[in-house]
Structures are given as C-alpha cells and as structure tokens.
Design a protein around this ligand. Structure first.
Ligand code: BG6
Length: 494
C-alpha cells in the first residue's frame, strides 16, 4: 500500500474505557468521520476490563463525543460511527480473551472488508504494553504476510533507558520498527508541524537560523493544572521524564535540526536524531549550573485556592518529585555553537502556554541603539492555546521625537480556523492509517533522550532541594529567572 492511502482497518483500542479513549481517541475518530477522512472499510473494537454491552459502551462514547469533540455531534455522522463501534471485555493477560477477540475480528473482516488489517492502539497503563504485545504474538494476531498490522503505543515509553530498551526489545521482536508508532502527541499539534514549514519555506527565517543571528532560544510549556488524579503515576515520573524527555526535546530537535535532504520520514528523523546526539555532555557541574527543579506549594490559580503538590492525592507528604524544570542546554554543532537553548516546563504555573521564542542578536550599539535600550527582535511561535506566529521588532512611536517602541506583527492561526484547529490525535490517527510515521518517535530518538535524562536523574539523586520552592500560580522558582539573568537574559512573556 502506498504511503498516503488510508488502509482499510479495524482499530483495536486496548484501554477502551480509559480517559484517553474517551477524551481524545473517540472524539478524534468522530472528527475524522465527520470530515469523511476514514476509509469505508473501517471499524473500531474497544477492549476493556469493565462489563458493558456494545450498546452501553456506544452510549458512553456518545456522551464523551458530545463533550469533547470539535465538531458538534450530528445524528447522521454518529449513526455511521456508532454501528462500527464494538466492545469486548477481558483482562489483558487472559488468553481466552484474545481467542474471543480474534474470532470477532475475523468475522468483522467479512462484514467490513478490512482484509485482516489491524491497528492495535495501546491506550493502557505501561505495565500492560509488553503483556498485550506478547499475547498478540502468541495468538497469531501480530504481523501477518497477508495483512497490515500496526502497533500504536502511548507514552511513557519506559521509565528510564534500561526499561525502555527492554520494552523496545519485546515490542520489536513482534512488530518491526516500521510498524511501531510511538506517540508523542505534541508532534500532532498544528503549530509544531508548522515549525519545519516556517523554517524551510521562508528565506527570511531560513537564512537567519543560526548562531550568527540568533542569541538564544526559549522553549516553554507551562500548565495551570496540577497533577490532578495522576499522583500515583507522577510520583514515579516528575516533570523531567513527563515533559522534557519527550515533548520538549521533540520541539528542540525541530527547531535545531538541519534541513533534511527531502521530506521522507527517514530523512527527517535522521536529522532530528543528530540534534539529540549533539546536545553537550552533562556532568555534575552542568547540572548544578544549568538546571533548576521546583515543586509547587499551595497558591492561587485565578480566584481559586489550590493545594501544594505534597497535599495532592497519592503523593507522599515529603515527596521530592519535581513539578517544574528549567534548563539551559547547548547543541554542539556548527550551526548552534554558543547559542543557549533554555527549556522550561511546570505544573500550576501562571498561564497555560506552549511557545518557542527565538531571540535575535542585537545590532552594534551605534545610532539608535547607542541611546535607547532597544528590545531585541523576537520571533514567537505560539503552539497553544493560541496558535500563531508573532514577530516583534522596533519602530518609531508615532507623534513623538525619536522614541522607539517594540511593535508586533501577529499571525493568529486559530483565529482563521475560528478556534477549531484539528486535534493532535486526528492527525496522528490519520497518519497511522496512512502508514506515515514521520510524526512519531523512532527508537533511537527515545534512546538518546533517555540517556540524557538518566544522567541528570542520577546526579539529582545526590542532592535534595528545599521543596516546595514555588507558589502555585507563578512562573516557578526564583532560580529559574536567575538561570537567565546570570546570562543577562530574561524569559520573554509576550
Ligand atoms: C502529557 C503529560 O504527556 O502532556 C501531562 O503526561 C501533561 O502531565 C500533558 O499535562 C500536557 O499536554 P498538553 O497537550 O495539554 O500540553
């Protein structure tokens, strides 16, 4: 099958009653149905451990779609989708369940002309990843010569390098690498897909995108929410593993990569991995000087009082887990030598925003720059909740003498889409069906980012921070501001 054609398939969702399925997967599938972007030969089978009939399950899915979808549910679209949704109940380690599932899928192949093609989507907690893959192999449901079988796997992919290697070994013994789709939902976000387009289709950016013209790069992904009901997971993760190892590193690679020789998946991924390999060596000294960790204490988000991390459900009252990380890294190659990349992420921060700020170098301190404190030129890529690009530059304030003020050119993407941009998961599901894995992480990307993160964690273990060290509803610990002010820089909030 050509890349680009959506294959007839049954999507089998393991974890069919979970949060991800209800909030993201089903609403995204509905949006795809709505836009007629799914093949006619298509059906969905959800597997879960709770006891529901098909009808009961469909009703629950309908409620979730009504709540979370970007297109209002209409009866004509829903009636097409609902009759293609099935529910099968079993425990993921129960052999009998797989026998039952296999029979159902084979019957459905006849009904929906799905040719034995399967997209197995693992929306389950990570301890089941290997179990399910093993069972699929054991019951001869994995790779097949006659049909296309793909595996989509949610994060976290391991909890460190060695567990990720072990998991990868197990998976790739059953599914070949080109049939494994490791999800990083950030890659499905519209503006993140736009980064390569901005860089490689605009001479003004393309020519200036290097250490001759760029002073520093800032990548921020902040949230106002706390850990919500995920304390159990988060206690074994923390912000470094939860956000930096995957999402922020992916943003870093897209900003820093060289132009690929073409737009093929392999060419793009080959360039991204070079950036992860080029990140400067990390040692104790590096961590002490270039990394800040934080944990939120009680505070206010808007008008609401909120608890500190240590008071959250399933969190130890003396927990040392970080909910905030800021760091400075260098990409040690010809393009970027000497340019700091500042990364920060945190929960319970002042605003929810994901954005990338490119700060350009200043002009010589003559003419206007001699007397005025000029604000640097900034290119800001807004990923969410606003989507767009802002360019900030200097201009004369009208009607005054020679006063110079920063002004903005503002491209608001989601204004044009009437705030109805496609959901990340729509694009990702659609790409799996097309066999396009460009927006998924290849094993070596996972491997290199874990190498980096493991090193930091082993160094952090030797020292403790005084947690909590930031108030909920702020931009994190003071030390995060100091990380930049030491370099005579600041985090830009535009
Ligand atoms: C997930 C993390 O990968 O990303 C969560 O596990 C985090 O802790 C979420 O809240 C953020 O995603 P988004 O799309 O809201 O920025």
């Amino acid at each position: 099958m050509n890349k680009g054609t959506k294959m007839p398939s049954i999507v089998v969702i393991f974890g069919g009653t979970g949060d991800l399925t209800h909030r993201k997967l089903m609403p995204s599938l509905y949006n795809l149905f709505h836009q007629r972007q799914l093949p006619d030969s298509f059906a969905i089978v959800s597997v879960g451990r709770k006891d529901f009939s098909d009808e009961e399950y469909r009703e629950q899915v309908r409620i979730s779609i009504e709540k979370f979808t970007r297109f209002k549910l209409t009866e004509d679209v829903w009636s097409i989708m609902r009759e293609r949704i099935y529910y099968v109940r079993f425990n993921f380690s129960d052999d009998g369940g797989y026998v039952k599932l296999k029979n159902i899928l084979e019957e459905m192949d006849d009904k929906y002309n799905t040719n034995g093609n399967r997209t197995y989507y693992l929306a389950v907690s990570p301890e089941y990843f290997a179990v399910i893959v093993d069972k699929l192999k054991h019951h001869d449901m994995a790779l097949s010569e006659k049909s296309i079988r793909r595996l989509v796997i949610e994060k976290p992919f391991g909890k460190d390098l060695s567990s990720a290697e072990e998991l990868n070994d197990k998976i790739t013994r059953v599914f070949t690498e080109d049939n494994v789709y490791r999800i990083d939902h950030y890659l499905g976000k519209e503006m993140i897909q736009n980064i390569m387009v901005l860089r490689f289709s605009n001479p003004i950016f393309g020519h200036l995108w290097n250490n001759n013209y760029i002073d520093n790069v800032q990548i921020t992904s902040s949230e106002t929410v706390g850990v919500e009901n995920r304390g159990g997971y988060y206690e074994n993760a923390g912000a470094l593993k939860d956000m930096i190892q995957n999402h922020l590193f992916q943003l870093l690679t897209l900003i820093a990569m060289e132009a690929p020789v073409n737009l093929d998946t392999k060419s793009i991924r080959d360039e991204k991995i070079k950036i992860l390999k080029a990140i400067k060596h990390v040692d104790e000294d590096f961590v002490r000087h270039n990394m800040v960790r934080g944990q939120y204490g009680p505070g206010e988000i808007g008008i609401n009082k909120v608890n500190g991390y240590r008071q959250e459900e399933k969190v130890a009252p003396d927990s040392d887990v970080e909910t905030f990380v800021a760091m400075k890294v260098f990409v040690d190659n010809f393009r970027w030598a000497g340019v700091p990349f500042y990364l920060r992420t945190g929960k319970r921060m002042k605003n929810k925003t994901t954005e990338i700020v490119i700060q350009f170098k200043e002009l010589p301190k003559i003419l206007y720059a001699r007397e005025n404190n000029l604000v640097p030129n900034l290119l800001i890529i807004k990923v969410q909740p606003m989507e767009g690009v802002i360019f900030q530059f200097n201009a004369k304030k009208p009607g005054t003498g020679n006063e110079i003020v920063p002004v903005k050119m503002d491209f608001c993407q989601n204004c044009q889409m009437e705030n109805n941009s496609p959901e990340a998961y729509e694009r990702l599901i659609s790409d799996v069906l097309k066999g396009d894995s460009t927006l998924f992480t290849r094993w070596d990307e996972v491997e290199y980012s874990w190498r980096f993160v493991d090193k930091i964690i082993s160094i952090w273990k030797n020292s403790k921070e005084q947690f909590p060290n930031y108030v909920s509803g702020t931009w994190g610990p003071e030390a995060s501001q100091e990380l930049l002010s030491r370099d005579n820089r600041q985090w830009w909030e535009i």
